[in-house]
Design a protein around this ligand. Sequence first.
Ligand code: NBG
Length: 819
Amino acid sequence: MKENVFNKEAFIEDVKENVKNLYRKTLDEASQQEIFQAVSYTVKDVIIDDWLATQKAFDKQDPKMVYYMSMEFLMGRALGNNMINLKMYKEVKEALGEIGLNLDEIEDQEPDPALGNGGLGRLAACFMESLATLGYAAYGCGIRYRYGMFKQKIKDGFQVEVPDNWLKNGYPFELRRPEYSYEVKFGGYVRAEVTEEGKTRFVQENYQSVLAVPYDMPIVGYGNHVVDTLMIWDAEPMECFELDSFDKGDYHKAVEQENLARNLVEVLYPNDNHIAGKELRLKQQYFFVSASVQRALARYKKHHDDIHKLPEKVTFQLNDTHPTVTVAELMRILLDEEGLSWDEAWEITTKTCAYTNHTIMAEALEKWPIEIFSRLLPRIYQIVEEINRRFLLEIQQKYPGNQEKIAKMAIIYDGQVKMAHMAIAGSFSVNGVARLHTEILEKQELKDFYEMMPQKFNNKTNGITQRRFLLHANPLLADWITDKIGDEWITDLSAISKLKLYVDDEKCQHEFMNIKYQNKVRLAKYIKEHNGIDVDPRSIFDVQVKRLHEYKRQLMNILHVMYLYNQLKDNPNLDMVPRTFIFGAKAAAGYKRAKLTIKLINSVADVINNDKSINGKLKVVFIEDYRVSNAEIIFAAADVSEQISTASKEASGTGNMKFMLNGALTVGTMDGANVEIVEEVGAENAFIFGTSSDDIIRMEHDHSYDPMQIFNNDQDIRRVLMQLINGYYAPYDPELFRDIYNSLLNTLSSDRADTYFILKDFRMYADAQKRVDEAYRDEQWWAKAAMLNTACSGKFSSDRTIEEYVKDICHLDKVKVVL
Ligand code: NBG
């Protein structure tokens, strides 16, 4: 195999050439952004050869392919990672350095393609990278939103959302592929016609349509020349002449279609674990699903002539319920375009689709009113009705006369189309994303489905890619690890367990903690630059970064900070290790209480950071615009990882894994993948607390939890809560945080008080935090525990997760790329 031998001079020449061709400038005239573009094009040149070779290998080896269907891909910046995976990062850094260019600064010019919200979108990105690195044929299918996740600004402590125009300078790593465009139809009505062979055919008429145009982005495998593809769809208006002859010259329709195309991919809905329920969202879903399924089938048919064998070559993996219309769209094509019978089509569909569930949060369960669904997707709706009718028959056969089962399991019920039910009925596999989550699905949320078809259910505990979250994010630690145990961990994270040999070695402990310290200095510098706050890298960096959601309980964290501050005010000599509490979180634009929590964090930060009397023992920092690029700096610098969700609510979490990999100790509940993290590293090397998921679920059912009792009996908690409404942190508007206070105590509101059991867990949380304080004083103990966290993180590579998906669900073949 030909290696990409790096030629420094040629590389620099190419960069210069690109600057000249793109901007008619010489290198010294070019801006940093222009240099970023030029370097990216140079790197893309290298990728293109591998990409082409990969496509050739696919054609020749005809591997089975997975189409990862996802509304979200939170890719993060590409330049650095592409160079890492091409194994040319250090060489490029050096070469650029020699001509006075700083690679870090150049990387900083790249916008974060933020085509996702949080964990679900980032998981999709990690999976794509692992698929390529493991040599599997994979397409990511999604939407090329004109505006990704908003940029967050903090003004007066409040979140302000600013549009993220990530394409404004042009994105060097995408490739427009108009030759693979497809029409996607909305609305109109369905007409049945009888064909010459006497069959009934259904034709959609008087519809509006858009042209789906794919942009391909390369997904570079690590050091193996495999380049998979992320295809994200843009919407363009159909040319007028492509209208039905009947409609030709219909000016109104032409304008409508133009508008439809413009609006369709305009913006990503900024909700995490919550549905928007907007008509446009359903349009987005069908748009990218229809285009992707059409492209997948076209590719299949180019190489095969028996459509019945589709499941042998294709799996559609549904990333949550968002792409569930895949089931119906595939049925439509097989029935209406391929002319198959219902039974044949259903057989193929249910062997091709597989569904991953990512949450049990009720407000995230997708349901569409029949009115909207049938109006937007008339033919698809007919098919869903028939899927539902047959599914109900099956249920009746299995549970004769059991009306309750029908009510609970129907796909169409109560005027709504239930996407999760359709996903389960239409898939051969249903998986949860951590062991506990899958158990809760089987025993609670999806119990009826599990009882009826247990063979479909399986668990795939999430993972993360160590190439981005260690090799790129934490070069100091990555080099140190490689120095100690070799570089096998880069492609086989289980090898990182070899570090266990060194955890008792004092010199190694020192080196490890020194690297942590340097990473803390790097983060402190970032915080100073972006927040203007001085933080002491010798303090404990205690970090909670993730989407803001009540179930994740950032509120409990900040209430605890308020409690610590009260203690310090009572006793300025309190013996505590200085601690810096670091937050980073975006709240959905319409999620009031989440936004108010951000304001609370910033208000508390204001008071505490400006109080000289506490001698800098406490600092609070809210990092603006938390996103993949600054996440990489943050994980590397954390001592403590806050994973404090209400047990049962966090399906898995993946931030928890990124912290662990970088040697942070978890303060956490027994929720999501925390359970498995603790199993790997040992409970003694984490700080576990809180009510168990069984108890939470029980109290949710029997309504036995009463936060008021705790408020009445615990003076410290009472004091903290009163500070929410007595102007302590909002002297100019004492009522500002009333809603938060009410959410914890007020039983008048329609929600039950303290839905997320914050007061219930508060004392146990404070105790766990006390243990952190004590443990940190023992430097040796801490260093060993931190190293053990890194050494025991092997299970949490997305490479492991993908291998499990391949083995149990989609059975892909490995591809070998020869140049
Ligand atoms: C999220 C869960 C996380 C999980 C990611 C990836 C949704 C709907 N779910 O716990 O909240 O880690 O999915 O599986 O965003």
